[in-house]
Design a protein around this ligand. Structure first.
Ligand code: KG4
Ligand code: ZN
Length: 344
């Protein structure tokens, strides 16, 4: 059994966790910066980096104390090294390098997306490779075939916005504040999902990619028309999003050679309506549906510690001069998609 310290600081959550290769989370702490960013309706990179710099070192100390562990007890130190807001990523990665150097332990520079992609295996020991993964977060919207640790085949990505971004923008349009996903989901419970006619971008197209920019604009027009209740707009938006996910997944996975499991990860995977529709989708295809617990879906350090455990188990580590990467696709061989920008 090996013990890994995980550090996450790529967006607006500062987090540290102690995770073991036998799937125990010995301690974890997370500090959200929602309040600091709320006045701006989104994450301000400079504010985020400063907050990570203030909070991370005391948080690591606290996590070690919570578990009654010393740095000499660690087998490796894992930190998110990208993709993400570079200032924050550098705070986490440099802290991990300093600890690795001082304690004489291996460094694991983790791709944040790999953290999301492997997190379901932390919660579910029975989940074996390969599995299909729908990764839906604030910065990413992808369908991947997870074939092994470090082996990811991208089947689809977004050509414009990520789904979490669309939830956040819808929340902003409806005056619900930031972060928007949970607020839109809550309001949608009171609305009629069929009340507002909204587009389902790319639905029906033979390529499995996503697009949410047009949906977001349609939400804005619906709000500005003053003809609909906010709850109906929220419910109709969520329904359109669900319809897009299900249609795109069906195209990406095809009809034959389906993997045994469909897994959803990333912050948007916390959405109950999306979970239940995906569960139905999987059941219709005799696939097992796996959704990690909520706390493992949104950004957290346990998933980074776990990705570290998986890579340590494979005998991997990284050099102390590993560079923070603002962009870092999980599947470098995937063909660029027109318009996909940094979300590729
Ligand atoms: O994975 P995550 O914590 O951070 C990124 O790596 O992006 O995802 C955050 C995103 C935000 O856009 C947030 O609005 C969305 O996940 N989100 C949700 C829900 N909870 C969080 N979206 C829809 N429904 C939710 N319940
Ligand atoms: Zn994330």
């Amino acid at each position: 059994m090996a013990l890994v310290l995980g550090i996450e600081s790529s967006c607006d959550e500062t987090a540290a966790a102690l995770v073991t290769t036998d799937r125990q989370i010995l301690a974890q702490r997370i500090a959200s910066q929602d309040e600091a960013h709320a006045p701006y309706g989104g994450v301000v990179p400079e504010i985020a980096a400063r907050a990570h710099a203030e909070r991370l070192a005391p948080m690591i100390e606290a996590v070690m104390a919570d578990a009654g562990k010393d740095f000499s007890d660690l087998d490796a130190i894992a930190a998110t090294a990208g993709p993400g807001l570079i200032g924050g990523v550098m705070v986490g990665l440099v802290s991990a390098k300093a600890l690795a150097m001082a304690a004489g332990k291996p460094l694991l520079a983790i791709n944040h997306l790999e953290g999301h992609a492997l997190s379901p295996r932390l919660a579910d020991p029975a989940l074996e490779f390969p599995y299909a993964l729908l990764l839906v977060s604030g910065g990413h919207c992808q369908i991947l075939m997870v074939e092994g640790v470090g082996q990811y085949r991208r089947l689809a990505t977004t050509i414009d916005d990520a789904l979490g971004e669309a939830f956040d923008k819808t929340a902003k349009i409806l005056g619900l504040g930031y972060p928007g996903g949970p607020a839109v989901e809550k309001l949608a419970l009171e609305g009629d999902p069929a009340a507002v006619p909204l587009p389902r971008p790319l639905v029906g197209s033979g390529e499995p990619h996503f697009s949410f920019a047009g949906l977001k604009s349609a939400v804005l027009r619906a709000k500005e028309s003053e003809q609909h209740a906010d709850a109906d707009i929220a419910a109709s938006f969520q329904q359109a999003a669900v319809d897009c996910l299900v249609d795109r997944l069906a195209i990406a996975l095809g009809k034959s050679d389906l993997p045994k499991a469909l897994v959803v990860a990333g912050g948007v995977a916390a959405n109950q309506r999306i979970r239940s529709e995906l569960e139905k989708f999987a059941a219709e295809r005799s696939m097992r549906f796996v959704a990690p617990p909520m706390a493992l879906c949104t950004d957290n350090a346990a998933m980074i510690g776990w990705a570290g455990c998986e890579r340590l188990h494979m005998g991997q580590d990284d050099p102390l001069d590993f560079r923070a990467r603002p962009r870092w696709p999980l599947d470098p061989k995937a063909e660029p998609v027109r318009g996909a920008g940094y979300k590729a």
